[in-house]
Design a protein around this ligand. Structure first.
Ligand code: GAF
Length: 384
């Protein structure tokens, strides 16, 4: 099958009867460690991956937007800038309209565009296909109208659109890594001040993402519940966010707190520490340390944040038996299904794949998809 860019060009011509002017791409992402910490003003360590959403665009002289996606054939969505109306339940165009609505409320004034969208990022797998759509579109709008927003500003508008228009209370991690990613690097992001630092991934490690294909049920309600519990835990201590709490203060107050608040806060505080240590371990090539931190992160998500599943635990267990301390493995993303991520010594890659193929389906009845990935660049215009 041809790549997303070629397919987007073809779709554009079929839909609008003319060639597009420009091509933009934004990647999916995988989070190496630092889960559910972004909306708690904490630390995350994601990498952009070599699965992409491509958007081809043609400038218009008016304020109209028209969009078509190969995932929803035959449907052309159109709207006027600043007149996005109400979101249509679960509709893909909400991510685009959310971005223009966020621009309008920030006083930015782009020109309209016709666009065609094609993506090869697996959907509903927790690899940020929606952030890639928002950020690819934001990059296109920004560039075509020469507004000169920074990648970080595009990520912030994308997050605002998703929070306020789409209605998902997500943090900033997905949009930021989608906008800022760098080849062969993860990013340590401080979600309090949005400082970020590129962390190189050692050459001898393979980046494997394994999609359990466990259906992610009730993910949004569970995500919102966890966020609310974290906020309640912070407010018990009179704090704005869990970032300002330390583990010893939390432990001393354990008996006063509802158990769920205590456990959620314990995960977030310990995960912040693990994430900063993991960035250091990765940068210095201390794979045994990375392995230990990723294992602890998984246990914390399973026992304290309670967002794992038996199938995901089994996947993590069989991969970790193969790699020992020559790599790390844990669930990645929002949880309750979706993917695990493994950073493993190249020499062990085939053994990991073989183990999953031999054991996972027999035990769970599910077929896992295995993606051998590369850490990749963030969103950009692609010139010929
Ligand atoms: C989802 C959200 F969109 C992110 O902001 C983050 O909270 C993540 O879940 C969990 O770490 O991807």
């Amino acid at each position: 099958m041809s790549n997303p860019a070629q397919r987007a060009n073809k779709l554009f011509v079929q839909t609008f009867g003319t060639q597009a002017d420009e091509l933009y791409c934004a990647p999916g992402r995988v989070n190496l460690i630092g889960e559910h910490t972004d909306y708690n003003d904490g630390f995350v360590l994601p990498a952009a991956i070599n699965f992409h959403t491509a958007i081809v665009a043609k400038r218009r002289d008016d304020l109209q937007f028209r969009a078509v996606s190969d995932a929803y054939p035959g449907e052309i969505v159109s709207w006027t800038f600043g007149e996005e109306g109400a979101p249509v339940k679960k509709h893909w165009s909400n991510y685009l309209k959310g971005f223009t609505a966020a621009m309008a409320s920030s006083g930015l004034a782009p020109k309209g565009l016709d666009i065609a969208v094609v993506s090869n990022i697996p959907m509903n797998a927790g690899l940020s296909s929606s952030a890639a759509l928002e950020v690819a579109f934001g990059t296109a709008v920004n560039d075509c109208s020469q507004i000169k927003l920074s990648p970080l500003a595009i990520a912030q508008l994308a997050q605002r659109g998703e929070n306020q228009f789409v209605g998902h209370a997500c943090g900033i991690m997905d949009q930021m890594i989608c906008a800022l990613g760098e080849q062969d690097h993860a990013f340590l992001i401080d979600c309090l001040d949005l400082d970020s630092e590129a962390v190189s991934i050692p050459e001898n490690l393979s980046l494997l993402i394994i999609n359990s294909n466990v259906k992610r049920n009730e993910i949004e309600a569970q995500y919102n519940l966890r966020k609310e519990q974290c906020e309640q835990a912070a407010s018990h201590f009179g704090l704005e966010s869990l970032r300002d709490l330390d583990l010893s203060t939390l432990e001393a107050a354990k008996a006063e707190l509802p158990e769920a608040y205590y456990k959620r806060a314990k995960h977030v505080l310990s995960e912040n520490r693990r994430t900063q240590n993991a960035a250091w371990a990765l940068e210095s090539g201390d794979i045994a340390k990375l392995s230990q931190l990723m294992a602890e992160s998984h246990i914390s998500m399973r026992d304290d944040f309670e967002i794992s599943t038996t199938e995901i635990d089994y996947l993590v267990e069989i991969v970790s038996e193969v790699i020992g301390n020559r790599g790390g493995v844990r669930m990645t993303g929002g949880g309750l299904g979706g993917c695990i991520v493994a950073l493993v010594d190249h020499e062990l890659t085939d053994a990991v794949v073989a183990t999953i193929e031999q054991k996972f389906t027999d035990k769970t009845g599910l077929e896992a998809d295995i993606y051998l990935c590369l850490a990749s660049d963030g969103a950009k215009r692609i010139d010929d």
